[in-house]
Design a protein around this ligand. Sequence first.
Ligand SMILES: Cc1cc2nc3c(=O)[nH]c(=O)nc-3n(C[C@H](O)[C@H](O)[C@H](O)COP(=O)(O)O)c2cc1C
Length: 246
Amino acid sequence: MKVLGVSGSPTENSNTDALINAILDATGAETEFVKLSEINVGPCIACMKCVQTNECVLNDHFKWLSKKVMEADAIVVGSPTYYGAASAFMKAFIERLYSKRHVKLLMRGKIVATVAVGVAAEKMVAEWMGNALRAGGMEIVGSMTAKGTPCCFVCGPGETCNYTVWNAYSKELTGMELGVEEAYKGYLELLPDNKPYAHGSAKFLKSYRSVKDELLVMAEAQRIGKLIKERIENSKMIAGDSKCKC
Ligand SMILES: Cc1cc2nc3c(=O)[nH]c(=O)nc-3n(C[C@H](O)[C@H](O)[C@H](O)COP(=O)(O)O)c2cc1C
C-alpha cells in the first residue's frame, strides 16, 4: 500500500507540509512526500500532444512525479492559499494531470485527500482542488482546511502596517465576515486605533501559528489518514473478490 503526499507550499516545514505528513503517517502505509518547490513542474502549455498517449511531452520533473502518482494507491495534495487560490506550484501540478484525463481517464477512482492552509480564503482553495481533481476522475475521500501563519506575523512591519492581512480581510473592506479576528484571537490583539487601510495598529501575541499546536486540526488529519487506509483496503478487497473464480 503506497500513499504519496504532494505539497504546493514553498515554505520550509510549513503547516501544509505538517498536515500532509500527519495524514500520510496515519495511513500506516508506505509513504513518500514530494515538495513541488524542490522540483521543476511547469504549467500545461495546451499543446494537446497528450491526447492520444496520456503522456505529457514537456521535459521536466512531471514525468518522474506522474509515475509516482500513477503507482500510488492514494495521494494527498496540499496547498497554501495565495491570492485566494492554490499556489502556482500546485496549480501547475494539477494542470499537468490533464495529460492523464484524455480518452482513458487514467486517474479514475484514484483515492485523494486535500489540504488547504490559509488565513481567510483556504476554503476556496480546498473547493477548487477538490473540483479539479474530481474532474480528472479522482475520488476525494477527505478534505481539510486549517488556519496558518499570516505573512504579517513574520514580515517585520506587520504590527503597524496599513495593509496588514487582518485589515485587508476585515468586514469593513471585504463586506464579508471572514473570521480572521476570531481565528487569530490568541495570536493577535487589534488595538482600538486600528483602521483598515488607513492605520494599522496591533500587537502580536505569537509570531507563528503551528497546526501542530491545534489538537482538533491534527485529529482531523489523523482521521483522514485512517479513512484513506480503510478506503484502500476496501478497494483492494473488492478487486480481489472480483478476481475470484470460485
Ligand atoms: C503571495 C502570498 C499571497 C497570499 N494570499 C493569501 C490569500 O489570498 N488568502 C489567504 O487566506 N492567505 C494568503 N496568504 C497567506 C498564506 O496562505 C499563509 O501564510 C499560509 O499560512 C501559508 O501556508 P504554509 O505555511 O503552509 O505555506 C498569502 C501568502 C503569500 C506568500
